[in-house]
Design a protein around this ligand. Structure first.
Ligand code: NIG
Ligand code: FE
Length: 415
């Protein structure tokens, strides 16, 4: 059965792209522009955007379903390309310890951090893990997320990693929004392998990876390339093995130090390198010569009280900046994209337009989905946000702490 829907009286239709010049990503100066129409209509046919225009020019009066937006606005749903939303338990005790002066790295060295989450993850049942993860997914959707990436990485054992990835697979089957899964067994060395990296690497490469691919549990491969976690050499080994199995790299790079993560990610054709608190001229030049997308996670820097990513320098250099939440129990226990936009604007000095492009079209690019998501263009999926009554795009990051989303539309249906 064909499904048609005509939306009328849209206050602002933000993030449109006219056919014929669709872009896979917006880079540098292009990021500063969000094309829009005021007093607009939008026609959806078979889950996809069919056409749009100004109310004054509308000649589609015979649509079977009409929804009157009543002056409210529409924009592409957010694409959150980096999250760890499958986790077993919160970690507010570490949050308190940081307030008292302990650093994120010191907490990790003492066996907290990722290892704390791994302990809890290995104790919880798969069905309970699924239930709480589904709740989190619904919560981020209520803030406008219309596609998402989710990582493993709190199992750090064969059973634990597979448990997480099977939960992500079930989320894919249950949820209406597109989900991409990333295999991140190389997130931290379990205590028993701290002095024996070889053995854990063998476990990842010889035991976990074949099974993950065999069960079709992941699209991407991730490594936390960082001092005290995985070295550049170890990262290379893992990425090479991932490519052999058809898993493309999206890696954690340059969060805590100038670790060489950006360079090794680019060298191995990573789809994206993510975090990037520590980025200088060399990292920028390396990225400029590549197709790898730099994904900034400033909500994590905000929550940990760390230095922010040099977004202005990177945009000025001409890079395509992507923003993502990093939703996880340690460094960013929030998957709230509107709040992320506020942080990007106030702390990274990104303009509201740049921030919006970074989490729509460039978010889609970071998940290799910009041909079907990330902008309002003919033929793309109708994964859209219907906002509350907002006067402008800038109002979204300005009105911080509040939710601009009235309804989320996935595949042409309001949910
Ligand atoms: O992206 N930095 C590595 N991984 C996650 C946080 C992991 C954790 O603290 O649980 C991140 O920040
Ligand atoms: Fe992360």
């Amino acid at each position: 059965m064909h499904h048609h829907l005509l939306i009328t009286n849209i206050g602002h239709l933000f993030g449109i792209e006219k056919t014929g010049k669709l872009k896979a990503r917006f880079s540098g100066e292009e990021m500063s522009k969000v094309e829009s129409l005021d007093h607009a209509w939008l026609y959806i046919e078979d889950k996809k955007i069919h056409s749009f225009g100004k109310m004054a020019d509308m000649d589609l009066m015979n649509a079977e379903n009409v929804f009157d937006a009543n002056g409210k606005s529409i924009l592409p749903a957010w694409v959150d390309s980096h999250t760890h939303l499958v986790f077993a338990a919160s970690r507010e005790h570490e949050f308190e310890n940081r307030i008292k002066g302990l650093s994120y790295e010191e907490i990790a060295r003492r066996g907290g951090g990722i290892l704390n989450s791994a302990k809890k993850l290995n104790e919880i049942s798969e069905s309970e893990l699924f239930d709480i993860s589904l709740q989190r997914l619904h919560q981020v959707m209520s803030f406008g997320t219309g596609a998402i990436e989710i990582k493993s990485g709190y199992g750090l054992s064969i059973e634990g990693e597979l448990k997480m990835l099977r939960v992500i697979k079930r989320l894919k089957e249950t949820s209406l929004i597109p989900i991409k899964a990333t295999f991140l067994a190389a997130h931290a060395y379990p205590i028993e392998y701290k002095q024996n990296h070889e053995t854990y690497l063998k476990l990842i490469l010889d035991e976990m990876l074949p099974q993950v691919v065999d069960e079709g549990l992941a699209e991407y491969m991730d490594v936390f390339c960082e001092q005290g976690f995985f070295s550049v050499e170890e990262t290379e080994k893992i990425l090479e093995a991932g490519w052999k199995y058809g898993l493309k790299p999206k890696i954690h790079a340059n969060q805590l130090h100038f670790s060489g993560g950006v360079q090794v990610g680019v060298k191995h054709n990573a789809i994206s390198v993510d975090h990037l608190e520590c980025v200088g001229e060399d990292e920028i030049n390396t990225l400029l010569k590549s197709k790898t997308i730099p994904t900034l996670l400033p909500a994590a820097a905000f929550f940990l009280g760390m230095n922010y990513q040099p977004a202005r320098k990177m945009i000025k250099a001409g890079l395509p900046i992507c923003l993502a939440t990093d939703y996880n129990p340690g460094s960013c226990p929030s998957g709230n994209v509107p709040l992320l936009l506020t942080i990007a604007c106030t702390q990274l000095k990104m303009t509201p337009e740049e921030a919006m492009n970074a989490v729509t079209i460039n978010g889609a690019a970071a998940l290799e989905m910009s041909h079907e998501l990330g902008s309002i263009a003919v033929g793309k999926n109708a994964n859209l946000i219907l906002t509350k009554n907002i006067p402008s795009l800038a109002f979204i990051p300005y009105d911080f702490g509040n939710n601009p989303v009235e309804k989320l539309m996935i595949n042409g249906s309001f949910i």
